[in-house]
Design a protein around this ligand. Structure first.
Ligand code: GDD
Length: 312
């Protein structure tokens, strides 16, 4: 089995690479931007800009993968408000570049496209937890880009008989995630406060939002199971099935902090729109695989905080 991970230098890419390597799979990975090549020494690394068709063609022709995990993306809903065009360019045209390259291949290749729970967006309360049949009511440019990605994937599966599977991943967290995302963001600043690097005030955004958080180490197991056992053209939700208000996440992190920290609302951290609640119905993936989430939220939160304590 020859697996290619696009965006291997991202948060999930590194964990997925380690998971596949432990299964003795030959792993290739593309990166763009910063990458310490010593970090994943057993992976065959290639630099590739997913927005550049020529570069994508070259990599796909060279590797001829059997499995592709497409992780390369602009993955932040928050950043998509500041960079909507770049988000669409990378997430939609990038996926099209990949699908077009793979379409030219002779060998059989299975592709896992990673979409987002943000695609469901403003779901009615009576439809929580959301299943894959839910209609899509996106709340930000990132969500729109992922809807376009998922739909083009399904169109290519139907029209060209390509072996494309779509995941809609709910929030995932863990050590080494970028501090753009809420758990890493809070944890990094708590660690900096503990070390006296910044004043003991934690500025926060919307604490009322409720999200389904899954440990990244559970997420990569699900991706592997789905690429092996999923059905062509189908969509699979991946999430823990439990949701927490951001306030609860904050309270848990603060209870782990070594000193008292004052919390302050910061209007600059509020988004133009933020979906109020999302929780995953994962029964479809549970039905076709052996997967179930194993990490408890408390363990993940404390791992993330400890990671930042060692890092800042
Ligand atoms: N980052 C951040 N910083 N978020 C905050 C803060 C803060 O200080 N205060 C409150 N929040 C709230 C956000 O408003 C949002 O409701 C929630 O915390 C989670 O924000 P993020 O961690 O930035 O993630 P996201 O939900 O926008 O997107 C993540 O999940 C998606 C799946 O639902 C990303 O991982 C996406 O790639 C993923 O598709």
């Amino acid at each position: 089995m020859r697996a290619l991970i696009t965006g291997i230098n991202g948060f999930v890419g590194r964990y997925l690479a380690e998971y596949l390597l432990a299964k003795n799979i030959e792993v290739y990975g593309t990166y763009f931007g910063d990458m310490n090549e010593d970090e994943l020494s057993e992976v065959n690394l290639l630099r590739m800009d997913i927005s550049n068709q020529y570069e994508v063609d070259k990599v796909i022709k060279k590797i001829q993968p059997n499995y592709v995990f497409h992780l390369a993306a602009q993955s932040s809903a928050s950043i998509s408000w500041k960079e909507p065009k770049k988000t669409i360019e990378v997430n939609v045209n990038g996926t099209l570049n990949l699908l077009e390259s793979i379409r030219q291949l002779d060998n059989k290749c299975r592709i896992l496209l990673i979409g987002s729970s943000e695609e469901y967006g403003f779901v009615n309360l009576e439809d929580i937890p959301v299943n894959e049949e839910q209609s899509l009511k996106p709340g930000n440019p990132y969500a729109v880009s992922k809807i376009a990605q998922s739909m083009i994937g399904q169109v290519y599966a139907r029209a060209y008989n390509m072996d494309v599977i779509i995941v809609k991943a709910f929030n995932h967290i863990g050590p080494k995630q970028s501090p753009t995302f809420v758990v890493s963001d809070f944890s990094k600043r708590i660690a900096e406060i503990e070390k006296g690097k910044i004043p003991p005030v934690l500025k926060v955004g919307n604490l009322e939002a409720e999200r389904d958080f899954t440990d990244v180490r559970d997420i990569v197991r699900a991706y592997y199971e789905i690429i092996l056992k999923g059905k062509k053209g189908e969509v699979y939700n991946v999430g823990s099935g439990n949701s927490y208000k951001i306030q609860e996440i904050l309270d848990t992190l603060l209870s782990l902090a070594k000193i008292n920290i004052k919390v302050e609302k910061d209007p600059n951290r509020m988004r133009p729109s933020d979906i109020p609640i999302i929780r995953c119905d994962h029964s479809k993936v549970i039905d076709i695989t052996e997967w179930k989430p194993e990490y408890k939220i408390e363990k993940t939160l404390s791992d993330v905080l400890n990671y930042w304590r060692q890092t800042v």
